[in-house]
Design a protein around this ligand. Sequence first.
Ligand code: PGA
Length: 259
Amino acid sequence: MDKKPLAVANWKMQLSHKAALQTAKALDQQLKKIELASDVVLAASYPSLPELGKGLKDSPIELAAQHVHWEEKGAVTGFVAANQVDEFVDWCLVGHSETRASLNLSEEQVASSMAVLLQHKITPIVCVGEALEERQAGQTVQKITNQVNVLFNKLDKVSIKKVAIAYEPIWAISTNAPAELPDPAEVASTMLLVRKLAVAAFGAQSAESLRVLYGGSVSPETIDSYVSEPGVNGVLVGGASLHPGKFVDIIKSLQSHAS
Ligand code: PGA
């Protein structure tokens, strides 16, 4: 596959503004020591984005927001619109399971946030994934198919090329204390499902550009088993991405498996 691997650090709400600036600087320094052959994206909290942008002006690290509202603008207290971050970011997470749960987002709202971002030339990284109960009930395929099809209803042959989809089983996120980690072959087959749905909706040529990522307890210890499966174009990393050394090790492993 000729897509550059994509490594996304999701810092969630874990770092103070000061700590975010320091950690980003440390990450940048460590990345400069390796031969970087991946796109590296850092999803930080809104208030830190402008200053991070200045500090990372000469860095390969690109910035992402973690969520935007699904409406263009309006009387919506406490939220942030795509047109308020488009000066600062090239990417944005959409529909992370934690955001979906906190805001009780519908699939339609998630898809609308994605569409608003595309209008502002920000690349959406849309998260999909099943909850533990859904997995146990054998509903993973049905859940992912539904989530992806709602997204695809708002896309076409051109816009699909500007989207990344992260398959992140909700139960596998490190802070959800997974009893076991997802079986890499199972992960690969769900990711293949996403790709097949894209091919069915937009044709093979357009679907080829779509990057499908894996997320959920990715660490230097677990990454190899996932990226050695076919069809994994990148990773979405939470906890381990707060440690520049670990995140760089993850990137190195990702690159070594890219073909
Ligand atoms: P984790 O988080 O890597 O700590 O499991 C991933 C995520 O929630 O995006």
